[in-house]
Ligand binder design. Structure first.
Ligand code: DGL
Length: 287
């Protein structure tokens, strides 16, 4: 069991929050963190050399997440936010027990928000997230009378990463994915992948007015704010400029993220440390 007591005694924490995703999807979470936690300094990592995560095996996802967390610990972040549903669905509980640092995921805060919007809930997510059933389980844990329909959307992440949001093809694919959920007359639709809010203009135009769109970023940022307060880790100094790192091409990431950030950030390429399973014991004992 991880003990955060030593962290809670700090009153003004100047260190960064680490957030990660496979690519530009995590920017939807970053924007929400800027809105809800304007004083927090952030370090963003995009595992662009290995995206998409959404059709990787659970073992691969766990390995990637462990490598990212080892690296983030080396950077001295005070909290890690998984801005990736696939990682949250597959690895959150395991790494929370391995790493002595607060780690937040998307699934539970989102499920709680979704059941407030109705009992007929649709989920669009990566095939790996859908196969994990994490959203169905989380929603039913909160309200056992809810009904959940999930659709895996393998084409969405490549379309977002290639910036093909307004292509006619994207609209056709979106309609195909949404049709089984519309047939079920859903009350709420969960963006079960952080890339998908980038498709909001297309998705919103295909959904009836009455369907509430649930963006995990909003609920994750609120959960992060609560956790920072609880642990006494809120920053009380103005935020530093966000640092961006990727495992793939930094220029490409900078160019692609500019449309959402409003500027082309400086992005650095890094090589993640290899994680060996024997390290988990070591990590628990490091303060
Ligand atoms: N944006 C991530 C998620 O929320 C990963 C998507 C991917 O790389 O397939 O699941």
């Amino acid at each position: 069991m991880v003990n955060f007591l030593s962290l809670s005694s700090r009153s003004c924490e100047p260190t960064r929050i680490g957030i990660f995703d496979s690519g530009v999807g995590g920017l939807t979470v970053l924007e929400e963190l800027y809105r809800q936690l304007p004083n927090e300094s952030i370090l963003y990592f995009g595992d662009t050399a290995r995206l998409p995560y959404g059709d990787r095996s659970p073992a691969e996802i766990l390995q990637f997440v462990r490598e990212i967390l080892v690296w983030m610990r080396e950077q001295g972040v005070k909290m890690v936010i998984m801005a990736c549903n696939t990682s949250s669905a597959l690895a959150l509980e395991i790494v929370q027990s391995e790493f002595p640092i607060p780690i937040l995921g998307l699934i539970l805060p989102t499920a709680r928000a979704a059941v407030k919007a109705g009992r007929r809930i649709g989920v669009i997510a990566t095939p790996t997230t859908v196969a994990s059933n994490a959203y169905r389980q989380a929603v039913l844990e909160v309200n056992s009378t809810a009904q959940v329909w999930q659709v895996g959307c393998p084409e969405f992440v490549p379309l977002v990463e290639q910036n093909r949001i307004y292509d006619a093809y994207t609209r056709t694919v979106a309609l195909e994915y949404l049709t089984p959920l519309l047939d079920q007359k859903i009350d709420a639709l969960i963006y079960g992948c952080t890339h998908y809010p980038h498709l909001a203009p297309v998705l919103r135009s295909l959904l009836p007015e009455g369907v509430t769109l649930i963006d995990p970023a909003v609920h994750l940022a609120a959960a992060a704010a609560r956790e920072l307060d609880l642990l006494g880790l809120r920053s009380c100094t103005p935020a530093l400029l966000t640092q961006f790192y990727v495992s793939g091409d930094p220029r490409q990431f900078s160019q692609r993220s500019a449309q959402w950030l409003g500027y082309a950030p400086t992005v650095e390429k890094i090589l993640l440390p290899r994680f060996e399973p024997s390290q988990s014991t070591y990590l628990e004992s490091v303060d």
